[in-house]
Design a binder for this molecule. Structure first.
Ligand SMILES: Nc1nc2c(c(=O)[nH]1)N[C@H]1C(S)=C(S)[C@@H](COP(=O)(O)OP(=O)(O)OC[C@H]3O[C@@H](n4cnc5c(N)ncnc54)[C@H](O)[C@@H]3O)O[C@H]1N2
Ligand code: MOO
Ligand SMILES: [Mg+2]
Length: 407
């Protein structure tokens, strides 16, 4: 059976990131949070824009004060006061200083700032009682960034630091990649919406809601296509429609070996390339992955836990890669300590759902309580991680290290 690692490689290989010119849209800086930058940003401004003071204090000439001490303070005449926001009009000459504030432009002539705490003011004179380093507390023009070089590269996620940089560079409209479009459908005669009255044999289509929530969290656009009965014609129409509208189609149910598990058959009849129909993992073994050109199709198993585990392990990284992010789309694992014994039959890569607790700065993994079944969605509540036991590993003891995938 195909290993999880090989399945992941096949999926990543099939993902074509949204890098075409038609995939770029212009957004306002205020709505750019969490979007992916689509064109590089440069600025015509140096950062800092001009030499400025890093402290509230006095702008001086180093040569005047390099021998100053508490015993032999240097006395300078204050010839100007320079608040932030103003261009100084003076040149500091030998024996002179300017009162200056943090962020204010350095006056000509001065090259060093003495912080206020190391001085004593006497009317229009200041006593300097410390010898500074040359150019101390001066933030020089271009120290942080030089005009014309690349400020931000394509393919980075925009978060608070990048948004601040864009604002500072006066980019108030930004090119970002459009959000991936993800269509979700559920298949099964037993499924009804939460608003419908349940008849004997029926259950609510909970997968649709869980998957939509996860897709939205990733910043993608969700098309909820609803429930499709286990009828080949309906299913064929629904899948064809989904493929025509989306970059990624996710269905849940109908991928196992039962009489009414039609998904693979329909994918073939619609001309999809089926890459695999089973992965050596539990839960999630019947995961099906296919492509229609650049459109990715994930046929997730219907069991509620299997649907979510396969989403977290494979669909989430695929959405990340598709969204245009330049690096780091892979599933991320943490090494933590097991706080419960974890077991597997050793034949499948096994994903155990539970909760990470931070205890004295160390993450510890607790297996979810209750009935442990891929059909049980109840004990998924308040979990935040999946512990992973590789093939061949049948037991992780309490206190032993284990890899976990954050969910
Ligand atoms: N003979 C075999 N039977 C099964 C195998 C197998 O290897 N041989 N694999 C089992 C495994 S593992 C899984 S996982 C499931 C996968 O089943 P399907 O993907 O075909 O899904 P369904 O049969 O449609 O449903 C399974 C289960 O999940 C419930 N379900 C389905 N859709 C939803 C939904 N949208 N919301 C909530 N719950 C849903 C459905 O009612 C079933 O209980 O197959 C095993 N069988
Ligand atoms: O592996 Mo299935 O995915 O147990 O329920
Ligand atoms: Mg089935």
């Amino acid at each position: 059976m195909l290993s999880v690692r090989d399945a992941e490689a096949i999926i990543f290989d099939a993902v074509q990131p949204l890098h075409q010119p038609q995939d770029i849209e212009l957004v306002d800086l205020c709505t750019a949070n969490q979007r992916i930058l689509a064109t590089p940003v440069t600025s015509g401004l140096d950062f800092p824009h001009w030499d400025n003071s890093a402290m509230d204090g006095y702008a001086v000439r180093y040569e005047d004060v390099h021998n100053a001490s508490v015993e032999n303070p240097v006395v300078l005449e204050i010839v100007a006061e320079i608040p932030a926001g103003y261009q100084p009009q003076v040149t500091i000459k030998l024996g002179q200083a300017a009162r200056i504030f943090t962020g204010a432009v350095m006056p000509n002539g001065a090259d060093t700032v003495i912080m206020q705490e190391k001085t004593r003011r006497e009317a229009n004179r200041v006593l300097i009682n410390t010898a500074p380093q040359p150019q101390e507390f001066v933030r020089h023009q271009g120290d942080f960034y030089q005009a014309g070089s690349q400020l931000l590269p394509v393919g980075i996620g925009l978060q608070a630091p990048e948004i601040a940089i864009l604002a500072a560079a006066q980019c108030d409209r930004i090119n970002v990649f459009r959000r991936p479009r993800v269509a979700i459908l559920s298949s099964g005669d037993e499924l009804v919406t939460p608003a419908q009255t349940l008849k004997p044999g029926q259950i609510v289509d909970s997968n649709q809601y869980a998957l939509a929530a996860l897709v939205k969290q990733l910043g993608a656009e969700v098309l909820m296509l609803g429930i499709v009965k286990d009828d080949q014609n309906n299913l064929q129409k629904a899948i064809a429609e989904a493929v025509s509208q989306a970059d990624i189609v996710i269905s849940s149910g109908g991928v196992s070996v039962g009489e009414y598990d039609y998904i693979q058959q329909i994918l073939l009849s619609l001309g999809a390339k089926i890459h695999f129909q089973a992965v050596q993992m539990h839960p999630g073994k019947p995961l099906t992955f296919a492509t229609f050109g650049n459109v990715l199709y994930f046929g997730l198993p219907g069991n509620p836990v299997s649907a979510l585990v396969t989403f977290w392990r494979f669909v989430q990284p695929a959405i990340h890669k598709l969204s245009g992010i330049a690096a780091g789309w892979e599933a991320k694992f943490l090494r933590v300590l097991a706080d419960d014994e974890l077991t597997s039959n050793g034949k499948m890569e096994t994903y155990i759902w539970g909760k990470l607790h931070l205890i004295d700065g160390v993450y510890k993994f607790h297996k979810a309580g209750g009935n442990y079944s891929s059909g049980n969605l109840i004990n998924l509540a308040q979990t935040n991680a999946l512990a992973v036991l590789p093939v061949g590993k049948t037991q992780v003891c309490v206190g032993e290290e284990v890899l976990v995938l954050l969910t």
